[in-house]
Write a protein that binds this ligand. Structure first.
Ligand code: 13P
Length: 251
């Protein structure tokens, strides 16, 4: 996967199946001004109905929002990456800050999830990002570096073609407070330079890095115009079809 424009929605725990189908149909049917990979991160329950109802083509691809780190076993309520791959779900989101916080997912567990997802043949949207106190202390770059080193950087250079990175500062998620374009660019450039040091220029240049945290129809253009911002991972605004289409057309 080389560096592409990506607009990814993360529906989180929202929408009924019927609402999800309506939303996805609106997004799939919309005109696009440019070539943009559109990914919808939907609840597990929605994957099969959406595959049946919408044309899952290059126009709209699906992502699961999580997966387990084992292939199968006695893990009640969990979904394995093998199950997702068997359903031909191309992407899974791993490392979202909400799962880190509410489900106590640490860097070591996320490393295991990454391993399992790639072994199953999935592509991964890997999330990283700092909390407000870390940003205020000025250690946001080293915090994100640590998240990458302890999870993502176990992968080899070849595997990185199946990775999209999403930088999502926790203080900007669902708060209406977006990172400024300059703050996003600073972190994205830092992440790209970490990729270059670890994997070399080719991987650094070819890895898409998305920004997430209160991306809206009215701020996406400025964020996406930053040289190292390759798109967005969008929560709240991805639940509004017209606004998400506006975001898709912000490149
Ligand atoms: P919001 O766009 O609602 O801030 O959520 C961002 C996010 O968490 C996407 O994964």
């Amino acid at each position: 996967m080389s560096r592409k424009n990506i607009a990814a929605g993360n529906w989180k725990m929202n929408t009924t199946i019927e609402e999800g189908i309506d939303l996805a149909q609106l997004i799939a049917g919309a005109e696009r001004s440019k070539e943009v990979i559109t990914i919808l991160g939907v609840p597990f329950t929605h994957i099969y109905p959406l595959q049946k109802k919408i044309k899952v083509s290059s126009k709209v691809l699906l992502a699961a929002q999580n997966c387990h780190h084992k292939t199968s076993g006695a893990y009640t309520g969990e979904i394995s990456p093998t199950m997702l791959a068997a359903m031909k779900v191309p992407y899974v989101i791993i490392g979202h800050s909400e799962r880190r916080e509410y489900n106590h997912e640490d860097n070591a567990l996320l490393a295991a999830k990454l391993r399992a997802a790639l072994d199953a043949g999935l592509k991964v949207i890997f999330c990283c990002g700092e909390a407000l106190d870390i940003r205020k202390a000025g250690s946001h770059v080293s915090h994100v570096k640590n998240q990458l080193v302890e999870s993502l950087f176990q992968l080899d250079a070849k595997e990185m073609k199946n990775i999209v990175i999403a930088y999502e500062p926790i203080w900007a998620i669902g708060t209406g407070e977006t990172a400024s374009p300059a703050q996003a660019q600073e972190m994205h450039a830092a992440i790209r330079s970490m990729l270059q040091i670890k994997y070399g220029k080719r991987v650094a240049e070819n890895t898409s890095i998305l920004y997430g945290g209160s991306v809206k129809g009215n701020n996406a253009k400025e964020l996406f115009s930053q040289p190292d911002v390759d798109g967005g991972l969008v929560g709240g605004a991805s639940l509004n079809g017209a606004e998400f289409v506006q975001i898709i057309n912000s490149f």
